[in-house]
Design a protein around this ligand. Structure first.
Ligand code: NAD
Ligand code: TDX
Length: 342
C-alpha cells in the first residue's frame, strides 16, 4: 500500500541508513527527509537517495513549528519516524541546552503536527541509555522494557524526557505512538566523533587513540541495518503505545574494539592512550531484546566480525565522505575535546 513516511534526522547516521533501507524495502513508499543539517547532518549521505523520484528533502529544524506544520501540510505523511536529535554524549556534557530543546521540544512539535494533520503513527527512535547503566560484575542483568528510566548524562536525560512525553501524548491525546530503544549502532555514515570511526581515522593517520578511563566500559553493538529492520517491523506490526528494546547481545569492552581496529588498520597498539574518563561514564549497556523477537519476529542478521569489517571497509572506500567532515569544523571540536588529553 502506498504510504508517505516522514523521516527526521535522515542526513545523520542512522536516519540516513534508514532512508536507504526504506527506499529498498518498500518500492511503494515515498520518503520525505526533514533535517536542519547541524554539524552532524551531511547532505552527501543522501546523494544517492536524491536521485530517486520517491525521495524528497526538506531542510528544517524540528523545533520550528511553523515550518514543520507547513511540511506536514505539503506531504500529509502517514507515518513519522523521529531520528532527529543531538546524539553525542560528550557534547551534551559540555553544552546541554541544545539537547533539551531539540530532543524534547522538537519531539513535541512533531507530535503536535501528527495530531493536527492526522498521521497514523509517530515512532520515536530512543536509546538504551535512558535506562542508565548496569554493573560490570553482573553479566546476568539486562535492560528490559520494564527497567526504570535512570539517565546519567544530559543527552540520555533528554531522550528519557522525550520518551515520557511520547507516552503522555499517547495517553492524553490518543496519539498512535511507538518507541524503540536501541543499543549502540555501528556502520556506514557514522559521524567521526563516535568511537568506531574516530579510532579508525586516528589509527590510519598514526594519531593517538584516546580511550576513556581503563577502556573497560561495555557497549552492546548492533549493525545499523539490523536497527533499521527492527524499526520497519515496528512500523508494520508494532502495537500502539508500546516500547520495544532492540539489541543483539553483542557486548564488547571499548578497549577490545580499539584493539580490533588496530589489527584491521595495521596500526600499532602503542598508539592507544588511556585518557581522563568521561564524566558520569556509564559502565555497561546490555539490552534484552526478547519482546521484539517474540512479538515481531525480529532477529539481528549481522555478526559483529562481519559488520565491523563491512563498516571499516566502507570508511576505507569512502574517504571523501569523512575527509570532508574532518577537515572542517570538526578540527576545532577535536582540539577542544581532546587537545589537553592526548
Ligand atoms: P546523528 O547525530 O548522526 O544524526 C542526527 C541528525 O539529526 C543529523 O542529521 C542532524 O542534522 C539532525 N538534527 C539535529 N538537530 C536537529 C533539529 N533541531 N532539527 C532537525 N534535524 C536535526 O545521530 P544518530 O547516531 O544517527 O542517531 C539518530 C537517533 O537515534 C537519535 O535520536 C539517537 O538518540 C538515536 N540512537 C542512536 C544510537 C547510536 O548508536 N548512534 C543508538 C540508539 C539510539
Ligand atoms: O574518544 C572516545 N574514547 C572512548 O573511550 C570516544 C568518542 C568514546 N569512548 C568510549 C565512550 C563509550 O564508553 O567509547 C564508548 C562509545 O562512545 P560513543 O561512540 O560516544 O557512544 P556512546 O556514548 O556509547 O553513545 C552512543 O550509543 C547510544 C550514541 O552516541 C548515542 O547516540 C546512543 O544513544
Amino acid at each position: 500500500m502506498k504510504k508517505t513516511v516522514l523521516v527526521t534526522g535522515g542526513a545523520g547516521f542512522i536516519g540516513g541508513n534508514f532512508v536507504y533501507y526504506m527506499l529498498g524495502a518498500h518500492p511503494d513508499y515515498d520518503i520525505v527527509c526533514v533535517d536542519s543539517l547541524t554539524y552532524a547532518g551531511n547532505l552527501s549521505t543522501l546523494k544517492k537517495a536524491k536521485e530517486s523520484a520517491r525521495f524528497a528533502f526538506e531542510k528544517a529544524d524540528i523545533r520550528d513549528r511553523g515550518t514543520i506544520n507547513g511540511i506536514f501540510e505539503k506531504y500529509r505523511p502517514n507515518v513519522v519516524v523521529n531520528f532527529a536529535a543531538e546524539s553525542h554524549v560528550d557534547r551534551s556534557i559540555k553544552n546541554p541546552e541544545v539537547f533539551l530543546t531539540t530532543n524534547i521540544l522538537g519531539t513535541q512539535v512533531l507530535m503536535d503536527a501528527c495530531i493536527a494533520y492526522g498521521a497514523e503513527r509517530f515512532h520515536q527512535v530512543s536509546t538504551d541509555e535512558v535506562y542508565g547503566d548496569l554493573p560490570l560484575d553482573r553479566p546476568d542483568m539486562f535492560f528490559t522494557e520494564k527497567t526504570p528510566l535512570k539517565a546519567s548524562s544530559p543527552y540520555s536525560a533528554s531522550k528519557a524526557s522525550a520518551d515520557l512525553l511520547v507516552m503522555a501524548y499517547h495517553r492524553t491525546y490518543g496519539l498512535n505512538a511507538t518507541i524503540s530503544r536501541c543499543s549502540n549502532n555501528y556502520g556506514p555514515y557514522q559521524f567521526p566523533e563516535k568511537l568506531i570511526p574516530l579510532m579508525f581515522i586516528n589509527a590510519g593517520e598514526g594519531k593517538p587513540l584516546p580511550v576513556y578511563g581503563k577502556g573497560e566500559n561495555v557497549r552492546d553493538w548492533l549493525y545499523v541495518e539490523d536497527h533499521c529492520a527492527a524499526i520497519d517491523l515496528i512500523l508494520e506490526n508494532g502495537k500502539n503505545g508500546e516500547v520495544y528494546n532492540v539489541g543483539g547481545h553483542n557486548e564488547m569492552r571499548n578497549i577490545d574494539i580499539v584493539r580490533l581496529i588496530c589489527k584491521y588498520t595495521g596500526a600499532s597498539e602503542t598508539l592507544i592512550k588511556f585518557v581522563t574518563d568521561r564524566k558520569g561514564h556509564d559502565l555497561r549497556y546490555a539490552i534484552d531484546p526478547e519482546k521484539i523477537k517474540r512479538e515481531l519476529g525480529w532477529t539481528p542478521r549481522t555478526k559483529f566480525a562481519d559488520g565491523l569489517k563491512k563498516t571499516l571497509d566502507w570508511y576505507r572506500e569512502n574517504e571523501s565522505w569523512w575527509k570532508e567532515i574532518v577537515s572542517g569544523e570538526y578540527k576545532n571540536y577535536y582540539a577542544k575535546m581532546y587537545g589537553d588529553k592526548v
